[in-house]
Design a protein around this ligand. Sequence first.
Ligand code: ADP
Ligand code: MG
Length: 217
Amino acid sequence: MMELLARGRDAQVYALDSHRVLRQFDAPRDLRREVAAMECARAAGLPVPAVHEVTVDGMVLDRVDGPTMFEALAADPSTARQHAATLAELHHRVGAVAAPAELFTDVGEGDALLHLDLHPGNVILGSVPTIIDWTNAARGPADADPAVCWLLLRVVAVDDLGVRPALVETFLEAFLESFDRDALAGQLAAIARLRLVDPNMSPVERDRIRRFVADPW
Ligand SMILES: Nc1ncnc2c1ncn2[C@@H]1O[C@H](COP(=O)(O)OP(=O)(O)O)[C@@H](O)[C@H]1O
Ligand SMILES: [Mg+2]
């Protein structure tokens, strides 16, 4: 039996040994875009697990030991501003990378690498903060990525995950200090459209997305 490290919304992650994990999905899927995005990010020097093997329904990755940024935030609320600054820096670094043409989408004009799910649950605080879960990766305007993070921090039911909404609000305020909010707001309609068709979003979250886009401030 392999050791189950984590079960996410989408994937089970098993330890293969002390250096590698298997990220396994429930059904076969085309992983070419995700792998292309991870390889592009790594080639640009971003902290991303190396992909060692790809199967019809999973991938073997470098194992990153440490809590997610979300877990670290829940464990010590006093770290909110520091983690928000780290996450903002990761966003700026991803947005500075040019993405390959195969990562096309209809998010908007632009050729930046987009993760499109870069929230504190997808950063593992290993020896360096490392970005995981490139399922939604795409190519487009760099402002789309922090806009997604803004939307998710407002619509995901964090109280169910053991974090107080007020703490998330402190984190979000600190995160947004690193960006031009009006520019991010300009991306919200396009990224909300993508999220509304995402099967991982619950009906409650969909409802919250509609209300958030109508009045993000
Ligand atoms: N490379 C990795 N090394 C160690 N743990 C990982 C790795 N990738 C994912 N995990 C663990 O699995 C969890 C879910 O992984 P993730 O790729 O975010 O899947 P999901 O699509 O389900 O969100 C993460 O929160 C983390 O705890
Ligand atoms: Mg994830």
